[in-house]
Design a protein around this ligand. Sequence first.
Ligand code: CA
Length: 614
Amino acid sequence: MKRTPLLIICLFLLRTAFPQVAIDHVEPPFWWADMKSNALQLMIHGKDIGKTKAFLEYNGVKVKNSTSTGADYLFVDLSVGNSAKPGTITISFKEKDSVLITYKYELKARAKESAKRIGFNSSDLMYLIMPDRFANGDPGNDNMPGMLEKADRTNPNGRHGGDIKGITNHLDYLQKLGVTTLWCTPLLENNMPAFTYHGYAITDLYKIDPRFGTNESYCAMVNEAHKKGLKVVMDMVFNHFGTNSYWMKDLPQKDWVNQWPEFTRSNYRASVISDPHRSQSDENKMSGGWFDTSMADFNQKNPFVAKYLIQNSIWWIEFAGLDGIRQDTYPYSDKDFMAEWMKTLREEYPNLNTVGEAWINYPPQVAYWMDNKTNPDGYRSYLSNVFDFPLMMAIQKAFTENEGWDTGLTRLYELLSQDFLYSDLSKLVIFADNHDIERMYPVLKSVENAKMALAFLATTRGMPMIYYGTEALSDRGTLEGDPGKRKDFPGGWQGDEVNMFTRENLSSDQKDMLDYITTLFNWRKGNKTVQEGKLTHYIPEEGIYVYFRTLDKASVMVIMNNNEKYVKTVATDRFQENLKGYKTGKDVLTGSQIKDLSKIEVAAKSVKIIELSK
Ligand code: CA
C-alpha cells in the first residue's frame, strides 16, 4: 500500500521527462505522387503536436515549413517533386533534437484514367438523388455506433435509411431511364443530433457518413456507374461545416471560421455580391454570416482554410475518380477564393467541370458567376457551369397560366431572349425543380403540364437535370416544408407498395410518365442536334411556341401547344426560314411519320418534337 504514492510520483516524473504527444488527425489522409502541383499541406491534430517540427527523408519530398497554430495543431508544408515515387514516407515530429512521435504517410500512385476525365456537358442528363430518401440497400447501416441521429422513417425530418448501396443497386434502372450523370446530395459524415439526412452539415470532410456506407463503397459506386457509362458528380460544401466537427472544440485558428460578436446569420441575399450599389455591411453579412447555428462559416480568406478546401476537393476527385463537382451555396463563399479554387482545379484537371449553385432569380446575376463573362467589376469566376434558376422559375409558371402578353409560354420566350448575357449557353444546367424547390408535378398541376416541362428541358439549350421522383409523379402529400420535397422514392424500401424499379402497382399516370421520360431522354442521348444545335425560336402566338435546333444539315423542330384545345393545323408559313428545304419529319415521341410539314397537328397541352428530313 505504501508503494503506491511512490509509483505515481515515478510515473509523473517519467511523463514529464517524455511527454506524450499524440496524432489523431492527418488531413489529407494520403496523397499521390505525380500530381501536377508539387505543393501539399498537411493539417495535423493531436495532443501537443504543435510544439514539434516535421522532418523526413524521402527521395523527391521535402519539408518546406512546419507552422504551429495552437498546442494541438501543426500545418506541414511539403514539396512533392516529380521524382517522388509512390511509397510510405516516415515523418518524424521533433522537439529540438528529440523525436516525439513518427507517422507513416502514404504517397499513392495515380490511377491511369485520371487524365482522361471528360466532365459533364450538354449531351448529358443529370439526375439528382437525395441518398437518404432514394433506396435503402443496407438496413444494417441505418443506425451506426457513434452516430448521434438514429433512423426513423416515421419522422419526415429524420433519417430514413437510404444509402450508397441503394443507389448502386439501381444504376441499371437509372441508365434505362436515360440518365447519364448522377448528382447525389452530400454523402460525407454529418454527425449532428438532428436534420442530418440532407447532408449539408458536414462534420468530417474526408469521410463518407457510415449510415451511407464507406469511402470504399462510394468508390465502388463510382466504378460501377462508370462501367455503365454514367458519370458521377460530387456535391461539395465550401461555405460551411457542421458544428459537431472536432474543429469547433478547438479551432485550428481563431479565424478558421468567420467570427462575430454574437451569432450572425447570412442575409441569404446572393444578389449583393454583384450589386454595384451594395453596402459593405450587406456584403460582409452575405459571405461572412453563418448559414445556420448548426453550420459554422468557413473563412476562406484564411490561406490555411483555402488550402485545406482546395486539397480536399482534389483528394476526392483523385480518390473516387469523379467526373465533376456541384458546389453548394456558391456566392456565400469568398468569391476570390472560389476563383482561385477553380483555377487550381483546372490546372490539375483541365476537362473536369463544376456547376455552382448561384441561386439568384435574374439572368444577369446568374451570368455574373459563369466563367468568361465580362463583368463590370472585372471579376472572373473560372466556374464552368451554373444552374439556370431564372429559367426554373419561368418553367414553374409557364404551363399553368393563361397565355397573355407576358404570361404562359411567353415567359420561356422572354427568358431565353436574355441569353446574350451568358458566356456559354451549353454550360447552363437547366431544371424544373430540385431538393430545395417545390416539386414540378404538384406545381404544374397535371401530368400533361409536367410532360411539357420535361420536353422543354430535353430540347432547349443547356444540360437538363431532373430530380429523383419526377418519374414517380412525387408530390408533397400532407407534408409541410422541406420534407414534402424530399419524400422516399417508391420502391426504395422493402415492402413499399408502389415500386418504380419493378413497375409494381404503379398508377397509370406513373407508368405513363416513366415511359415518357424513358423515351424522351433516351432519344436525346443519341441526338447531337438537340444537344448542341443552334436554337432559333419564334414569338409564341395563341399558345403555340415553336423552335428549332439546327446543327450542320440536321434540324429538330419543337412545337408546344399550351392550349386546352387540340390544334388541327399549326400554320407553318411563319417558320419557313427554318423549314425551307425540309419535306417530311419523324415524330420523336410516337415514331410516326409526318408527311406534310405545312399542316402539323398538335394535341392539346402537348409538345411535338420532330426530326426533320429533306
Ligand atoms: Ca441503410
